[in-house]
Design a binder for this molecule. Structure first.
Ligand code: 4AD
Ligand code: MG
Length: 482
């Protein structure tokens, strides 16, 4: 008999047919009713065991967490809570699960406890839901770009360049650490290293994506990126996945329109395709919020938050306008900000971003035209504007409630001489990026792109508060288990 997944059974409800199912025991009541989950969906299938005619030794092995198979007839359920159930004719145990030793119990565990048992947490309803939603979001992103004619580009993981110029890179080397070869002048001799030069894990695929966009027109990357920043927060990982579209002949407005359309599309996709999993996550969040003080509760349920993103235009304003709002805000006047806003030019901290999004506008916000000095070298220099104290670039950051920055992007500096000047100002060695500058030497054109932090998106859609709970095996300072 062919095995059928529970998701398919519940979708088609083929009563009176004989089927076989395989999965893990979620509960076993009265020696008779097994709740079986096979990971294909949030729902369990009820299996009714004829306990009077079943070997007691076998019944005794049907424990929470055990892997079993069952075959028999699908019938309409007499009980409450399900439409169909399986009348078992045969039950086999593939893998026993000793409740005395199993780290999971049929009760609610804390997220901290489950993080320490990340190898088993897929088996909880919450994490199974998170990872099914994560999958759906990845799929939706590919669908969004594919439908619009973008070409999926795989950029290198190992690279010699620091795309962000921030120096937060993991070195890749095969040089022996115990006796590092030195040149006559005492520097590390990278000519003896694997690639015969210093290399690192990529912080972003953007620069390579730009090269492709200036021929293929519209490309996107979706791959792992690495940052050796020592940030122990609920929003930072040392290894995270990033989506980076890059579009030729696009300006900042086109870039904002694309990012907004993408975020709206994936939120709508999750609402349509992940109903059961979102229900589990929404209920979890409601429980979690009950333990928070009133002023820290979000006020909206998870699905209401997603619907809000689908239905509302994001607020667009310049950095300069945002600074005015922040300077005159109550928390700033009352000294409530840890980093008071004194004037134009300051980098925004997450407390400022959250104020704008959660208190002032109460919706997603796109901030544009940041001071050139606080943004990466490749961003396009703006024309000077009245009332703006210093040079700005055509940057955009999208800020989400509860998340802060979810997208960062810009129109790129396509003018060779302006770009070279910026690189000199920011001490970015030109010879290392001569290939990048070639795009500006030959057939350069206006173009723009952005990076979406995939885990921050998964956080937003699942309502999980800690980024370490939306990636299977999180990497952060001091931790690279599994
Ligand atoms: O703002 P970032 O650093 O921008 C870039 O890397 C550009 N090259 C993107 C582009 O224009 N193609 O990072 C982009 C996004 C952030 O908005 C954030 O969502 C996410 O990546 N991100 C992180 N997510 C998790 N952990 C970290 N340490 C992250 N750093 C950035
Ligand atoms: Mg950024």
């Amino acid at each position: 008999m062919k095995r059928i997944k529970i998701a398919e059974i519940l979708r088609t409800e083929p009563v009176q047919t004989r089927v076989q199912v395989k999965g893990w025991v979620k509960a076993f009541r009265n020696n008779q009713f097994i709740a079986l989950n096979d990971g294909s969906c949030a729902a369990n299938l009820q299996i009714v065991v004829d306990f009077e005619n079943t070997d007691p030794a076998l019944l005794d092995r049907i424990k929470f967490g055990a892997a079993i198979g069952a075959s028999g007839q699908l019938i309409e359920s007499q009980g409450k809570g399900q439409r169909v159930e399986l009348k078992a004719e045969e039950v086999v145990v593939y893998g026993d699960c000793n409740p005395e030793q199993y780290p999971l119990q049929p009760k609610r565990h804390s997220l901290e406890y489950l993080r320490e048992h990340a190898h088993l947490r897929f088996r909880t309803n919450t994490f199974a839901a998170v990872f099914r939603v994560r999958h759906a979001l990845a799929f939706a992103i590919h669908q969004f770009f594919n439908d619009r004619g973008f070409c999926y580009l795989h950029t290198p993981v190992i690279t010699a360049s620091d795309a962000e110029g921030a120096g937060e890179m993991f070195r890749v080397t095969t040089l022996p650490l115990e006796r590092v070869p030195r040149t006559e002048t005492g520097e590390i001799d990278f000519s003896l290293d694997f690639f015969e030069r210093p290399t690192n894990l990529t912080v972003s695929g953007q620069l390579e994506a730009e090269l492709a966009a200036l021929a293929l027109g519209e490309v996107y990357t979706f791959g792992p990126t690495f940052r050796a920043e020592n940030s122990n927060t609920t929003r930072h990982l040392a290894e995270f996945w990033m989506i980076e579209p890059e579009v030729a002949f696009a300006d900042l407005t086109d870039n904002m329109d694309l990012a907004e359309a993408m975020l709206r599309y994936v939120a709508a996709y999750a609402l349509e395709h992940c109903t059961d999993d979102l229900k589990i996550l929404e209920d979890r969040l409601i429980e979690e919020e009950k333990s928070k003080p009133q002023d820290q509760r979000s006020g909206l349920t998870l699905t209401e938050k997603l619907r809000f993103v689908v239905d509302n235009r994001f607020e667009r304003l310049t950095y300069t306008e945002a600074i005015d709002i922040l300077k005159n805000s109550n928390p700033n006047k009352k000294g409530k900000f840890q980093y008071p806003i004194e004037g134009w030019g300051a980098d925004l901290q997450s407390e400022h971003e959250r104020y704008l999004v959660e208190k002032h506008f109460k919706k997603p916000v796109i901030l544009t035209n940041y001071p050139a000095a606080i943004k990466a070298f490749y961003m396009r220099l703006d024309e000077p504007r009245d009332g703006v104290p210093g040079p700005t670039v055509s940057a955009m950051d999208i800020l989400f409630p509860g998340i802060g920055e979810i997208v960062g992007g810009s129109q790129r500096e396509e003018r060779l001489e302006v770009l070279r000047q910026k690189m000199r100002d920011m001490h970015i060695p030109e010879d290392e990026l001569s290939w990048y500058l070639d795009t500006r030497r030959f057939g350069s054109c206006p173009h723009a792109g952005f990076g979406l932090g995939f885990e921050r998106l998964v956080q937003f859609v699942t309502g999980m508060g800690n980024i370490r709970d939306v990636i299977a095996f999180p990497r952060y300072p001091g931790s690279a288990e599994f």
